[in-house]
Structure formats: structure tokens, C-alpha cells
Design a protein around this ligand. Structure first.
Ligand code: HEM
Length: 117
């Protein structure tokens, strides 16, 4: 997103990129401030889930490498296979959550616009 572009939804990834380039993201807050506190909690958990997804992806990559190495050693034992399966399940759950985030935010935006009238 460049300076002067029309306003649109900015993903957390884009917010991180903007922040690391010293851009300040201005957020228009609607409704009474008190009513926004739960939304701040949602933003914190979004960030937490994104960080989890990022670090579990490293664990998954390491597990895949271990799997490939184990395959070269003949018949691999079952737990080596499970080593990659567990982080993959975590990645799937956190990844699906990250996937629906923009749609959920758009839905929430439309909802609060409707409440404001
Ligand atoms: C299993 C199913 C998976 C799903 C449904 C999924 C979905 C997603 C989604 C929706 C995002 C956010 C994209 C955005 O910025 O809007 C994301 C980010 C990411 N995914 Fe996945 N993903 C999956 C598996 C993986 C795997 C296997 C890896 C790597 C081994 C991986 C690595 C990453 C990384 C590094 C990011 C960027 C996180 C960040 O912003 O810091 N994901 N994924």
C-alpha cells in the first residue's frame, strides 16, 4: 500500500511491514472507546496466533528434514512420522484461523457500520 492509496483493510502482516519501515498505521475507531477494549484483546490473540504459526512452521520444517534423513536409514519408526504430523495439525488450525481473519474483520466492520447507521 502506497501513500495516497485509498483506505482499505490492512492485514497484520502488512501492519508489521509498515511498522518495520517506520510507517504509522492510523485506525479509525468507531463507537465509544470502552466498547473497543474487547477488540484489542482480539488483536493481541491474532498476533499471538500468527507468531505461533510462524514458529511452528520452523518446527515442522525441522521435522520434515528429520523424516527425510530417517527414510535414508531404512524402515523409519512410527514416532519419526508423528514428529511432523503434530506441528502440521497445529499449522492447519492456526493457519485456518489466520485465513478467516480478513473475512471476519470485514464482517465485523460491516456489522459496526450497520449499528452506527
Ligand atoms: C496446514 C495448512 C496451512 C494453512 C491453512 C496455512 C495458512 C496460512 C495463512 C492464512 C497465513 C496468513 C497469510 C496472511 O498474511 O494473510 C499463513 C502464514 C504463514 N504460513 Fe501458513 N498455513 C499452513 C501451513 C503452513 C506450513 C506447512 C508452513 C511452513 C512450513 C507455513 C508457514 C507460514 C508462514 C511462515 C507464514 C507467515 C506468518 C507471519 O505472518 O509471520 N504455513 N499461513
Amino acid at each position: 500500500m502506497r501513500l495516497g492509496d485509498s483506505l482499505r483493510f490492512v492485514t497484520l502482516g502488512e501492519q508489521d511491514a509498515l511498522a518495520s519501515n517506520n510507517f504509522v498505521v492510523h485506525v479509525r475507531v468507531s463507537g465509544p472507546l470502552a466498547a473497543r477494549f474487547p477488540e484489542e484483546d482480539v488483536m493481541n490473540s491474532n498476533k499471538w496466533i500468527r507468531q505461533t504459526h510462524r514458529w511452528v512452521s520452523i518446527a515442522f520444517t525441522v521435522a520434515v528434514i528429520i523424516n527425510i534423513a530417517a527414510m535414508g536409514q531404512g524402515e523409519p519408526v512410527v514416532w519419526v512420522g508423528l514428529l511432523a504430523l503434530f506441528p502440521l495439525i497445529l499449522l492447519l488450525l492456526t493457519g485456518l484461523y489466520l485465513f478467516v481473519l480478513p473475512y471476519a474483520a470485514r464482517w465485523r466492520g460491516a456489522e459496526s457500520a450497520r449499528v452506527r447507521g
